[in-house]
Design a protein around this ligand. Structure first.
Ligand SMILES: [Cu+2]
Length: 324
């Protein structure tokens, strides 16, 4: 190979490099615009709550970051196959890339930028939305910007506390700011910072409110705190997301986000009804965790009173595992 032909090869390489570069730039721009403006509104889990919106944003940003990488790999692959394939009768070796400083530097810088970006963005987004909708243990290091109060009323900027109690195989919700009353349907007021206290009476469950972007482990003897703020009214279904026994698949409850005044009407009405039914006095005092060995006896009596299960610790009798 003469000096002259080596120069031609180098300038050829540069030309190929720039061609690939511009193909990748144009395709990435198209893909990223489509992802952001067409795809993002449909990305899971929707935007029913602040934490759901954060997750939707995260997925969109990571997709926008990943698309150019995918396009670069595929473009290089197709370009190589079409441009650099061995022609008929060519028995020679390809150009060696070992020792090519430019290729090595490009690779190291490119991969380092991708990894560091994913690390920085992931860390920021974990902290920024106060825990990304996940359970933060009993003592979260961040709080939502709402005041903590022993009562809750509409337009008060008070945090609404809701305890979610998992047991085989249903969820019960207790509202400490409404006398510790309990409900098997999760009612929430819209535009209100919610502090979930998630626990379990028996085995490990996981509270998964998909539409609200909340997922928190429910462990017996543990108070696991998670935050969110619902942004829209509407119905949803919440599920158990931890294999917890034979009826795990049937462990789901209904939920509803209402206006703040509708919620207060419902909550104070149910508090009065459960008080006059004798349910509130029969329930164990509100606490962050419950002792499952004590509660079952209490529970059976309570279920006769009100026909609902949960914080009362009612366990389904073995003869009838479905109906309380
Ligand atoms: Cu479960």
């Amino acid at each position: 190979m003469t000096e002259n032909s080596a120069e031609v090869t180098a300038s050829d390489s540069r030309r190929h490099g720039w061609t690939i570069f511009w193909i990748v730039i144009v395709l990435s721009l198209i893909a990223d615009l489509l992802i952001w403006f067409v795809g993002k509104p449909h990305f899971p889990p929707g935007d029913m709550s602040t934490s759901a919106t954060h997750q939707q944003f995260d997925i969109a940003v990571l997709s926008v970051s990943a698309a150019p990488v995918f396009i670069a790999v595929v473009t290089y692959f197709i370009y190589s196959v079409t441009t650099w394939r061995a022609r008929g009768g060519d028995q020679g070796d390809g150009e060696p890339i070992y020792g090519n400083t430019k290729v090595a530097a490009t690779w190291i810088i490119g991969t380092a930028v991708i990894v560091l970006w994913a690390f920085a963005f992931g860390t920021f987004e974990l902290i920024n939305p106060a825990g990304a909708g996940a359970g933060e243990g009993p003592n979260p290091i961040w709080n939502l910007s709402a005041t903590k109060s022993s009562s809750w009323s509409p337009d008060s900027n008070d945090m609404l506390e809701i305890q979610a109690i998992g047991q085989q195989w249903t969820w019960t919700f207790r509202y400490p700011q409404f006398g510790g009353m309990e409900s098997s349907v999760l009612y929430l007021p819209v535009n209100t910072p919610i502090e979930f206290h998630v626990t379990s009476l028996d085995v490990i469950h996981s509270l998964w409110i998909y539409n609200l972007g909340v997922k928190a482990d429910a462990n017996p003897g543990v108070d696991n705190v998670a935050y969110t703020t619902a942004k829209q009214t509407g119905d949803f279904v919440l599920r158990c997301n931890e294999l917890c026994g034979i009826w795990h698949g049937a462990m789901y409850n209904q939920g509803k986000v209402e206006s703040q005044t509708d919620f207060e009407t419902w909550a104070s009405g149910l508090q009065v009804r459960e008080g006059s039914d004798g349910l509130l006095s029969a329930l164990p005092a509100y606490s962050l965790t419950y002792d499952p060995t004590v509660v079952p006896q209490l529970g059976q009596a309570v279920v006769k009173v009100d026909g609902i299960t949960g914080a009362a610790g009612y366990y389904y009798p073995p003869s009838d595992p479905v109906t309380p």
